[in-house]
Design a binder for this molecule. Structure first.
Ligand code: PMP
Length: 286
């Protein structure tokens, strides 16, 4: 597969794409990212991802890298050039590559942000994981305190996925001060007596774009939503559970720390929300 990727204004074959060794994304994880899913060759929740990108950059004092209109145009161009029907577009913006390594931020007049985008073809709607549901384990949340900023500091989440794999599970939920924060790369939910419970927004979790849409659809469908912290003990007693993210939509969870939920199959609330999310998002995809 020789993808066409976008690097700082140019569309180039992936094998020819280059970023400096002095790039602060590479040296210091001084970078933010977004992942936007594509169904039927169209972008899901593009505006939400674009707005969050702008916010992440602002929180880190990064200068503007690309206008929203141009960003949409680049996404569309990559879809066209790579014939992407279903999958994701990964976008990363770093503080750029100064002339030398230094902890101090470079002068934004001299060092422009690095902007990279690439496509990832993947079947998202029809996937075995959605039929089977995920097994998750819990791990300590030892990440930094600004998880609301979508930075590329993904080492611990990667380690979390490896810990899950080693334990024979699919993913991990992170726990801080006794409460679940979120999944390694998704927001976490339990369902009890028909109520959908998910952690309230704050600096402790990423404000998922899929989370916002799913909670809106749930409320529109007259489901009860409680935005509050929950424990792993509560999760083990739940009727069902699920996670949300741009690349998995609504994904059922069937066991937590080895305890099967309900009948051990994807629950009705998660299945219904997955259907609604895919159907409604498709209608307004751009
Ligand atoms: N939390 C974390 C830690 C994540 O990495 C992600 C996905 N990148 C999410 C939540 C879900 O966010 P979104 O729905 O915007 O993909």
């Amino acid at each position: 597969m020789d993808r066409i990727v976008y690097v700082n204004g140019d569309y180039v074959p992936e094998t020819e794409a280059k970023v400096s060794v002095f790039d602060r994304g590479f040296l210091m994880a001084d970078a933010v990212y977004e992942v936007t899913s594509v169904i039927d060759g169209k972008l899901i929740d593009f505006a939400g991802h674009a707005v969050r990108l702008e916010r992440s950059m602002k929180e880190l004092d990064m200068p503007e890298a690309i206008s929203m209109d141009d960003l949409l145009a680049v996404h569309r161009e990559l879809i066209a050039r790579n014939d992407l029907v279903e999958g994701m577009i990964y976008l990363q913006v770093t503080r750029g590559a100064p002339s030398d390594r230094d902890f101090v931020f470079p002068d934004p007049e001299e060092t422009k942000p690095t902007v990279v985008l690439f496509t990832q073809a993947k079947s998202l709607v029809e996937t075995p994981a959605a039929e089977k549901g995920l097994k998750i384990i819990s791990i300590d949340d030892i990440r930094w305190g600004r998880r609301d900023i979508k930075t590329v500091q993904l080492l611990y989440p990667s380690m979390g996925k490896m810990m899950a794999k080693a334990a024979g599970a699919d993913d991990a939920w992170m726990v801080e001060d006794g409460f679940v924060t979120e999944g390694t790369s998704n927001n976490a939910y339990i369902v009890k007596d028909g109520k959908i419970i998910t952690r309230h927004l704050g600096n402790e979790i990423l404000h998922g774009i899929t989370r916002a849409a799913v909670l809106r659809f749930a409320r529109e469908a007259q489901m009860v939503v409680e935005e509050r912290s929950f424990t792993m003990e509560e999760a083990k007693e739940a009727d069902e559970a699920f996670v949300t993210s741009a690349s998995t939509f609504v994904m059922p969870v069937v066991s937590v720390d080895g305890v099967s939920l309900g009948d051990g199959l994807p629950g009705p609330v998660a299945k219904r929300l997955r259907e609604i999310y895919i159907e409604e998002s498709r209608k307004v995809a751009v």
